[in-house]
Design a protein around this ligand. Structure first.
Ligand SMILES: [Zn+2]
Length: 356
């Protein structure tokens, strides 16, 4: 199937894989168009999605031990106020393995329509050849031991992006909690293992994602990392004071490093009141793009949808709504060159500078 839109989009974050490795998710096909979730292959083509970061997330606790309403599903969608507890390495490792297998299973069944990409050359080829490019991302590094033994194995398999933490503490650092409003300045900086992880990722050429990391951790990465600073799916704290959003000072640091922010479509991170209202107008999303572009430049803003991981604007709906966003950005004053940077080029530039 040919892509229906000329403009290809690279997206900084989706949680689509969860439907294919977490047992209590609604079963659906990736290859048939459905109304379930936000991304499947036919809808990706309709929306002009060229590829993106496919997140592997480990829910709070194994399904067998779960109480009703707890754990799985408590991703970004949750509006809980409490701090999440750390999770076990063996459980995280096993679940992460299932996530990787699920992605390679989709690739095998895709008959060339989906490709796991490990280099910028593979990414460019996939985009040119109309194959959906999947970048393996871990949302939290719990599947890796303190001595980082399994990191190089995961890298060989295709891991190219790691969020050091999700919104909970682990042996590497501390994530921001899931409160609707507050500062990202919560808790201490990276542990020694966390600092070692940053250096190891630099050496291997794995992108380090700052979304979900607390502010002291952010500044530790800023000091240590040799790569551009990246938040794959965050918004602007000045517009919506969620702990998940970036302060002006953090945005300035991202600019200084040549990095990028993928703007999240979650209504909770867009609205000033943080309320989960799907009817929130599209202009609320647009103003986060405008703010970042005006403050630190259009070279540092991109898309980080969070499709299949959160409640997004009804006006976008699912991945087929991407052209609507691009049109709204155009109407708000972004020129053609800027739109190409936002939709694709900024991600490609940062990945080229980060991957080996
Ligand atoms: Zn996330």
């Amino acid at each position: 199937m040919k892509t229906m839109n000329k403009r290809l989009i690279l997206d900084g974050h989706n949680d689509t894989l969860q439907a294919f490795y977490l047992p209590n998710k609604t079963q659906r096909s990736f290859f048939e168009k459905t109304d379930t979730g936000h991304i499947d292959l036919p809808r990706a083509k309709m929306g002009g999605l060229g590829g993106g970061f496919f997140s592997i997330f480990v829910p709070q606790s194994p399904p067998a031990n779960m109480e009703p309403g707890e754990g799985i599903g408590q991703n970004h969608k949750a509006s809980v106020d409490r701090v999440m507890k750390p999770i076990e390495f063996s459980y995280a490792h096993e679940t992460t393995r299932k996530g990787i297998e699920a992605l390679f299973d989709l690739e095998a069944k895709s008959e060339g329509r989906l490709k796991v990409v490990r280099t910028t050359e593979e990414l460019q080829s996939a985009l040119e050849e109309d194959r959906l490019a999947a970048i393996i991302h871990f949302e939290g590094a719990e599947a890796i031991e303190p001595n980082l033994d399994s990191l190089s194995g995961f890298y060989t398999e295709g891991l190219r992006s790691i969020g050091i933490v999700w919104s909970r503490p682990n042996i590497f650092g501390y994530g921001v909690d899931l409160r609707v409003q507050g500062t990202p300045d919560q808790g201490p900086g990276l542990t020694q293992s966390g600092k070692d992880l940053v250096k190891a990722c630099n050496q291997l050429g794995i992108l380090i994602d700052l979304s979900h990391l607390n502010e002291k951790g952010f500044w530790d990465v800023e000091k240590i990392s040799l790569s551009p600073l990246v938040a794959t799916h965050s918004c602007v704290h000045a517009l919506s004071p969620s702990p998940r959003n970036l302060t002006d000072k953090q945005l300035n640091a991202i600019k200084a490093s040549g990095g990028v922010v993928g703007i999240n479509f979650s209504v909770r991170f867009l609205r000033r009141d943080g309320k989960e209202i799907p009817e929130t107008p599209l202009c609320e999303l647009v103003r986060h793009f405008q703010y970042v572009a005006e403050r630190i430049g259009v070279d540092h803003v991109a898309i980080g949808s969070d499709f299949d991981g959160t409640t997004i604007l009804k006006e976008i709906g699912d991945v087929t709504g991407l052209p609507k966003l691009m049109k709204a950005l155009q109407n708000s004053g972004f020129d053609e060159e800027s739109l190409t940077k936002i939709s694709l080029k900024n991600w490609v530039r940062v990945l080229s500078a980060t991957w080996k």
